[in-house]
Each structure stands twice: as structure tokens, then as C-alpha cells.
Ligand binder design. Structure first.
Ligand SMILES: Nc1ncnc2c1ncn2[C@@H]1O[C@H](COP(=O)(O)OP(=O)(O)OP(=O)(O)O)[C@@H](O)[C@H]1O
Length: 394
């Protein structure tokens, strides 16, 4: 018999380890970040102001992620409590050129970026003489260049420091020891990262197809340029409605050259602000119909959620229907551990059915009768839309 081929799953490049996932709103000062954040969180945290650095402390908001499956489950179980999936968003102070060397609020900004898993980069493409641009005029390409440069410079500084430290420790190890060999391999990967960031104009760390061994090292570096970026282009309401703006094609071109594959979403903070002030969903729908354009918030929330490689599973019962957010590739015990660490440590098994099966058969009993409610053990890898009942030992 031919030997069994072992196919190894490709590991995920992480901006940061762990399951407490956050996305940071990043951009130059006065591009609309705080106003956007306020719309997202539907709160009026620290009124957005028309001067740079209005946002000094990062604010955090939990935004429900729209999901028709969740709504359907709530209709079926009619639970007393319903908790949808959330995307945690953080409003981060504006970045200016020179941040990587500590200019403006540079260092605070960069440490806040280090603490998030993904980035919503707000790019200003609206003209308004009343709203000061910190660089003097509106030019989204220059702004994107500034942010990319600052994040990259900080990564370069960090990687150079790491290489220096690693060289010191490898020198003190015995040259033939296994530990030394592993350290040397690790050092070679870190040196490759430096090359990626610096050679031929440089590349962001997330734009390289790293192999699994390299991914472990790159993840341990927690690089700023490894974090997924979604570009949110902030247009005037007029341009957003007519889907026309002189910068859009140029921005798309810039992304295709510098960061191919990153998502671009045009939106208008001023329209979103206006819609968020309306009382109920019917009024919003009526206004959207009147102007011939819809809010981009759902698209933005989904894009952020997907950029972090997140999936969700559900727990369902008469007391509560709840969506739990996990990373793609999470195994059953760790998925259970998101609810309570005891579920992970004392994990026995999970009774799991797919949302699609429940939707097709209409009830848990029917899913069971069809043999589609399965007991899954520790090696089981969660699938988006799983419905789980965890069993833990005493
Ligand atoms: N699409 C738009 N059209 C017109 N004006 C806008 C638009 N988006 C935002 N603004 C206005 O731009 C100004 C700056 O917005 P905001 O305070 O949200 O920026 P910011 O990026 O958070 O700035 P900072 O980093 O300095 O806190 C506000 O007056 C806001 O109303």
C-alpha cells in the first residue's frame, strides 16, 4: 500500500495571538475616524471635533455583526436572551508623518495599532475647506503612503532590534546543539522578514506567502504590517450617492500596486451620520430609497470580520441563542473555551449539527433522526455555522 499522504493545513498569519479580537480605526487626523466610530457604536462618545487629535484615548465599541442565520435561529428557539456576534472596534488617535520616530502622538498611536488584530484605514477623499487637512490639502494617495511608511518603519526598527538580540544569544550557544540550529533557522526567517520590508521598495509582511514554519516566526514578531487592512474611502455624500469621485480609480490602482488583494470600500461618514440620527429602520430605508444609495455599514462590518479570518458558531436553547466568534481553524475544545475556560480544560465532547441541516430539517429532532447530529471529539475543527452543545467532565 502506498504511504498515506499527510496534508498539512496552511497556518494563518496573525496580527496578534489569542481570541479577543479587535479591529482598529486608523488614519491621518481629521479624516472622519471619530465620526465613523460614533456612527458604528451609535453612541456619542467624545464629540468628534473639527481639529486634529480630538481622539486621544482609544475608545472601544462592540458592533453587532448582521447575520440572517442568527435571526432565523432566534425565530426558531424564541429565546429569552439573544446575543449576536460582535466585532470590537477601537478608535485610534490620528497618525502623522514621523510617527515612527515619536512625532505627534506617534508612539501612542503605534502601540495602539500593535494591540489590534486588523485595521480599518479611513482615507479622506471628501473636499471641505472647513475641515482642516493636516498635510494642507486632500490627497488620499499621499495619505496612504504616509501610513504605510510609518507602520513599515516601525516594523523595520523592531525586526532590526530582534535580529541584534538573536545574534547575541546564538553566539553564546554551542554551535552544534539542536537549540542553536533552531535559533539559526529562526534568525534566517527574521532576516528574510527584514528583506521583505526593505528591499525593492519594500513590501508589507502580510503580502508574502509564508510557509508554515515561517508563519510561526512571523506571528511571534507581532508585526504591524502583518495585520489585515480594509481601506475605507470617505467620500462626500454627493459623491457616494453618484458613485463618482476623482480619487477612487487612483486609490484602487495604488492598492493593486502596493497591497494587492486588500479590500477597498467607498462610504460617506456624513451620510452614515445622517442615517444614524433617524429614529427607526423604516425611516432609514425610506431615506435610502429617496437618495438612491444605501448605508455601507453592513458591508464594512462584514469585511472587517472576514479580514480577521473569523467564523462563528451558535449555542441555542430556550434561554439563549448566542453566536460565538472564533478564528478559522479553531478546534472544538478551544471553541468551547471561548464560553468558559472550564469547558476547554474539562472538555469531553461536543454534540454538533450544521446550521444548514437544522435549516433544512426544521427541528433538532428531525436533524437527529436524519443522523446529522454528531458527537465530535478534541480533534474536530469547527465549521462556520456549527451549532454546538458542549459536554465537560466534573
Ligand atoms: N464625508 C464627509 N464629508 C464632509 N465632512 C466630513 C466627512 N467625514 C467627516 N467629516 C467631518 O470631518 C471632521 C473631522 O472628523 P473626525 O473628528 O471624525 O476626524 P478624525 O479622523 O477622528 O480626527 P482626529 O484624528 O483628529 O480625531 C468633522 O467635522 C466631520 O464632521
Amino acid at each position: 500500500m502506498p504511504p498515506k499522504k499527510v496534508v498539512q493545513e496552511k497556518k494563518v498569519l496573525l496580527g496578534r495571538p489569542g481570541n479577543n479580537l479587535k479591529i482598529g480605526i486608523v488614519g491621518l487626523p481629521n479624516v472622519g475616524k471619530s465620526s465613523f466610530f460614533n456612527v458604528l457604536s451609535k453612541t456619542d462618545l467624545g464629540k468628534a471635533a473639527n481639529f486634529p487629535y480630538a481622539t486621544i484615548n482609544p475608545e472601544e465599541a462592540r458592533i453587532p455583526v448582521p447575520d440572517t442565520r442568527f435571526e432565523w435561529l432566534c425565530d426558531l428557539y424564541k429565546p429569552s436572551s439573544r446575543v449576536p456576534a460582535h466585532l470590537t472596534c477601537i478608535d485610534i488617535a490620528g497618525l502623522t508623518a514621523g510617527a515612527s520616530t515619536g512625532a505627534g502622538l506617534g508612539n501612542a498611536f503605534l502601540s495602539h495599532v500593535r494591540a489590534v488584530d486588523g485595521i480599518f484605514q479611513v482615507v479622506r477623499a471628501f473636499d471641505d475647506a472647513e475641515v482642516i487637512h493636516v498635510e494642507g490639502d486632500v490627497n488620499p494617495l499621499r495619505d496612504m503612503e504616509i501610513i504605510q511608511t510609518e507602520l513599515r518603519l516601525k516594523d523595520i526598527e523592531w525586526v532590526e532590534k530582534t535580529i541584534d538580540n538573536m545574534k547575541k544569544t546564538t553566539r553564546s550557544l554551542g554551535s552544534n546543539s539542536l537549540a542553536d540550529k533552531a535559533k539559526k533557522e529562526e534568525l534566517a526567517v527574521v532576516e528574510k522578514v527584514l528583506k521583505v520590508l526593505t528591499e525593492d521598495g519594500g513590501k508589507d509582511a502580510r503580502k508574502v506567502d509564508w510557509n508554515n514554519k515561517e508563519i510561526d516566526v512571523v506571528n511571534s514578531l507581532q508585526l504591524l504590517t502583518a495585520k489585515p487592512v480594509t481601506y475605507l474611502v470617505n467620500l462626500s455624500e454627493k459623491d457616494y450617492v453618484r458613485k463618482k469621485n476623482k480619487w477612487l480609480a487612483k486609490i484602487k490602482g495604488w492598492i493593486d500596486v502596493h497591497n494587492p488583494g486588500d479590500q477597498l470600500i467607498p462610504f460617506s461618514v456624513s451620510l452614515e451620520e445622517r442615517l444614524s440620527q433617524l429614529e427607526n429602520p423604516e425611516d432609514i430605508a425610506e431615506e435610502e430609497k429617496k437618495i438612491g444609495a444605501t448605508s455601507a455599514l453592513t458591508k464594512i462590518t462584514h469585511a472587517g470580520y472576514n479580514s480577521l479570518e473569523l467564523i462563528r458558531y451558535f449555542t441555542c436553547g430556550p434561554d439563549e441563542v448566542r453566536a460565538w466568534t472564533i478564528r478559522k481553524g479553531t478546534k472544538a475544545p478551544q471553541a468551547a473555551g471561548v464560553i468558559h475556560t472550564d469547558f476547554e480544560h474539562k472538555f469531553v465532547c461536543g454534540e454538533i449539527m450544521a446550521y444548514d441541516d437544522l435549516h433544512e430539517h426544521g427541528s433538532e429532532t428531525a436533524v437527529k433522526a436524519a443522523g446529522k447530529l454528531r458527537q465530535q471529539g478534541k480533534p474536530y475543527e469547527m465549521i462556520d455555522g456549527d451549532i454546538a452543545y458542549w459536554k465537560a467532565g466534573g
